[in-house]
Design a protein around this ligand. Sequence first.
Ligand SMILES: [Zn+2]
Length: 443
Amino acid sequence: MGLAQDVGTTPVVLKNVRLIDGTGAAPIEGATILIENGRIAAITTGPSVAVPSGAQVLDYSGKTVIPGLINAHGHLGLVDWTDEVWGTQNSATAYTRENVVRELKQYEGYGVTAVLSLGGNRDLVYDLRGEQKAGKLDGADIFTAGRGIGVPGGAPPIPMADDQIYRPANAREARAAVDAMAAQKVDIIKVWIDDLHGKAPKMQPAVYRAVIEEAHKLGVPVAAHVYALADARALVNEGVDVLAHSVRDQPVDQALLDAMKQHGTWYIPTFTVDESFYIYTQHPAWMDTLFFKTAAGPKLDAMLTSPAYVAKVKADPSTAQHEKDFSVGQENLKRVFDAGVRVGFGTDSGAFPWRIPGFAEHRELELMVSAGLTPMQALVCATRNNAELLRATDLGTLQVGKRANLVVLDGNPLDAIANVDKMVSIIHDGRVIKPLATTAMLP
Ligand SMILES: [Zn+2]
């Protein structure tokens, strides 16, 4: 995304912070960050910074600053947030300006300053992205895969309108879909390769081969929804750029790791996908925080805590599968990461009600750490790495010249990744934003 015009016009100075800049380098203690015209103008240590007249000076002694989180696998406009249902249902009519803007604000208010909406977008997304670039719309920066390319009678199994997804019958139709989305300057092309545990037809290799070839001819990368190792291997060898979910049917093998390294393929784990199917039935302590409840909203919170919901999930034969998928995914991330494969960060938040925008990204960081990454490694995936994945050269790290997208924390996430929830303020393009929620427990 180019230079946004809605930059904070008042210079901002953040004093005395611990700076985790997103590059993976050790934190800089006692840093002062000068923000002008929405960008990082200077980073200094010691008393030497010249404060411009009229600047807003924020003394954040003892606080830690990280780059704004980037979600490289989310979805806009698939869940209905209107008053009647308020986040509890998918709807093929949910892709409205009101719903999408609400989700963008929720991401931003949880420190997620950019989101890649990875398919299922109506063409409204291009208008909204244009408004953001013209400085007329706040909320998380939109990156988009446009409609995305699914399968007739198959994945994705989400209610969508006809103008929200392509389901080509053959390679020729698939190429036409790629051409149409490339003409709209999508950031990436999305394909779904999944037979949903044998319940649905899977995209034929001839179709995704055509998609990858056509997209690359037009200079657009391709991300694939994937579940099974065999599909992942085939896609990587065809040149797909991003595996947008964990491989979960079995442990990743050396052939996949070698191929991903050879091709420079990205891996996005999305643990939220698997965990969100069952975790609420266990009522973890975080469900009693305002941090969770604010993101869920009262209706979804009531649904996820209701005995009927808990009984339904516990009786669902696929629940055991989701738990197994989660643990296979955890082990696979560690293998993939240690092998030196490029790892991004995503959640699939917004695809279904129980994958909650903003909250999910914080949870995902914890789950990357529980998989064996250090907090620093997880943060770098969610910031610098994702900026590289999105080819967004002015995002992802806090360095002079980059856009001033950052989160101020009351706690060091390197000590405990959960400290990433303790948001004091969020700065997006130099605008200072109050977080939507605190980590307080309910009274
Ligand atoms: Zn998705």
